[in-house]
Design a protein around this ligand. Structure first.
Ligand code: GGG
Length: 352
């Protein structure tokens, strides 16, 4: 699913490194985009603020100027955010808010291993399509005192509209892949109303699409069994479509199958805007050490270009990254190497 490549003179890209290693990996992705050359319109970067650190300094995690500036951009790259695990008055996760503000309803997370030989098929080659705007992430939580102590409640929202559009996104992505298979991930044996609606809405899509998806095989799986099978036989999956929370968990888990969370990219995509974002978080344990793996951010930049319709430069970036991984000489510690973020960046730039 691509956005039309309007004849652009320049490509305006918002950069929101946010917290922790986001500030180390987003500059690396920027350098790769700068090095692409005339395959894309000259990129113009717009540095923007968001995150926990900005909240601590200024009292707001997502400044209004950031959202307004993004509305003027062609695309964006977001790094990572370190929301605290406790409730902090006035704080709300900026990435969750941004996805809603810009209606980036799909989080598309390809999880692909790099085969030792470029002619071989990768052992893992799947895409998690995560609904990005609802489920438990509507964050309607309440803490109520009762005579037996505190009671915490959360609203889980699943709508037909959001389920249909994420389902369609999954079918469209499957159409562009050789296996053309979509697996709906749900738990409607227990949550028959919410997950039931998600499942039934997506199952209905092929019947309402005038044959467009006739070539797509539709499967479904209960989320717990899907995780089990993902670890035992990942090759059975092609496109997995899931409500927000399951999609978040499954894609992090799937990252373990390809060596590191530091390799897995994503885009937050809507019908009019796309924002690349590495799947990893802000990694406070390695922040400032210069050893964060920049590959997920670099691949997220490639995925952003792909969604904007710039397929050839996206392929060039991915091929360069594949070569660096395949050679195995310049790897960050998460992949068992000793190289720095900048070493990996330089190695990728040399292969471009
Ligand atoms: N780049 C992905 C990322 O930042 N993951 C951590 C995450 O989603 N945190 C949610 C939050 O801190 O609000």
């Amino acid at each position: 699913r691509r956005m039309a490549t309007a004849a652009r003179q320049s490509l305006k890209i918002g950069l929101i490194p946010a917290d922790g290693i986001g500030k180390e990996v987003i500059p690396a992705a920027r350098k790769v985009l700068e090095a692409i050359g005339s395959d894309i319109p000259k990129p113009e970067f717009v540095p923007l603020l968001a995150g926990w650190e900005v909240f601590v300094r200024s009292g707001t995690a997502l400044p209004e100027e950031t959202v307004e500036a993004l509305r003027e951009c062609d695309g964006a790259l977001f790094g990572a955010v370190s929301s605290p695990s406790r409730r902090v008055t006035g704080y709300s996760s900026p990435i969750v808010a941004l996805r809603k503000e810009l209606d980036l309803y799909a989080n598309v997370r390809p999880v692909i291993s790099v085969a030792a030989n470029p002619e071989e098929k990768p052992a893992v080659d799947l895409v998690v399509v995560r609904e990005n705007t609802e489920c438990l992430y509507v964050k309607q939580e309440q803490l109520v005192p009762t005579e037996n102590g505190k009671e915490a409640r959360a609203t889980r929202l699943i709508t037909e509209r959001a389920s249909r559009r994420i389902g369609k996104m999954a079918f469209e992505i499957a159409l562009g892949r050789p296996r053309k298979q979509v697996t709906i991930i749900h738990k409607s044996n227990v949550l028959s109303v919410t997950d039931g609606l998600f499942r039934e809405t997506i199952r209905q899509i092929p019947f309402d699409s005038n044959g467009r998806y006739d070539s797509v095989k539709l499967e479904e799986q209960i989320v717990d069994s899907a995780v089990y099978r993902l670890f035992r036989e990942p090759q059975i999956y092609d496109v997995m479509v899931a409500p927000n929370l399951y999609g978040d968990i499954i894609s992090d888990a799937a990252a373990a199958l390809v060596g590191s969370l530091g390799l897995v990219p994503s885009v937050n995509a809507g019908d009019k805007f796309v924002m690349g974002e590495p799947v990893h978080g802000s990694a406070p344990d390695i922040e400032g050490k210069g050893i964060a793996n920049p590959i997920a951010a670099i691949r997220s930049a490639a995925l952003m270009l792909r969604h904007l319709g710039y397929t050839a430069p996206a392929d060039r970036i991915d091929r360069a990254v594949d070569q660096v991984i395949r050679e195995g000489q310049v790897l960050t510690p998460d992949l068992g190497g000793k190289s720095s973020t900048n070493d990996v960046l330089d190695a990728v730039l040399k292969k471009l």
